[in-house]
Design a protein around this ligand. Structure first.
Ligand code: XBP
Ligand code: MG
Length: 256
């Protein structure tokens, strides 16, 4: 029986990667770097999850300009990347607080309906915790965070997606076995992470992942509203129709 939904954040709850990309570029500019992550480059860089890990990947593998103020010594470089990422996170949160991102189709309907049918909600994301908090507050209001029983995010785990750690942490805190849950993801890294945690996964493709393939996904749709399909025409509330579709998909998994 389906007992909980575990949501990814970036690309799943909201199309936030364009805001992340703008925040990275503004942080680079304010730091005196001539780095500019355009969309084609950012799409390649998204292969690495985690903002700090992505900056390190860019430095190591894309041969960008490297002014003197970027340390060479490993520990100093780690601290420098961390400080740059803190700056980026502050810029990102200011953008989100100013309303830069809304929830994707069907997301709010499902989140607000789930509780009425006893479905528990959790988040499992690679993004930093402050980013989750600002997005939920700006889209679901001051009480929005209370709708999620568990928030597993960013550096709470050592190994980021596609490692299973963040989904395993969410399952541990829910105290549920994976077969009682469905994960909602947008990327192949997220799919791999959730599958490695033995979760069934429904994929809603996003602007940077629509050309990816998703082997092993329970279902691949454009967005959650598409899951409801024709049910809504019968006067069923969108959230109820989406949850009915998720329950049907979950019942098709072998482990039920
Ligand atoms: C998406 C990510 C994050 C964001 C940037 O996470 O990989 O790194 O791109 O956020 P998910 P940070 O899809 O798991 O929500 O800079 O805070 O990492
Ligand atoms: Mg994502």
């Amino acid at each position: 029986m389906l007992e909980a939904l575990i949501f990814d954040v970036d690309g799943t709850l909201s199309e936030t990667e364009e805001t992340h990309r703008a925040a990275f570029n503004q942080a680079f500019d304010e730091t005196g770097l001539d780095w500019n992550w355009d969309q084609p480059l950012y799409k390649r860089l998204l292969d690495v999850t985690g903002g700090k890990e992505r900056i390190r990947h860019y430095l190591a593998d894309f041969n960008p300009s490297r002014p003197e103020f970027i340390p060479s010594q490993e520990a100093a470089l780690t601290d420098w990347i961390k400080a740059l990422h803190v700056r980026k996170t502050g810029i990102y949160n200011a953008m989100i607080d100013a309303g830069a991102a809304g929830l994707r189709p069907g997301v709010e309907d499902l989140i607000r309906h789930a509780g009425s049918e006893g479905i528990r909600l959790a988040i499992a994301t690679t993004t930093s915790l402050p980013n989750v908090e600002s997005l939920i507050r700006s889209t679901l209001g001051e009480n929005g965070l209370a709708l999620f029983e568990v928030i597993a995010a960013g550096d709470m785990v050592k190994a980021k997606k596609p490692a299973p750690d963040v989904f395993n942490l969410a399952l541990e805190r829910l105290n549920l076995p994976p077969e009682r849950c469905v994960a909602l993801e947008d990327s192949v890294n997220g799919l791999r992470s959730a599958k490695a945690a033995a979760l069934a996964v429904v994929v809603t493709t996003s602007i940077y992942t629509s050309d990816q393939s998703f082997p092993g996904a329970l279902e691949i749709v454009e967005d959650l509203a598409a899951l409801a399909g024709g049910d809504v025409s019968g006067g069923t509330a969108p959230g109820a129709a989406i949850l009915t579709a998720l329950r049907r998909l979950h019942s098709e998994t072998a482990n039920v």
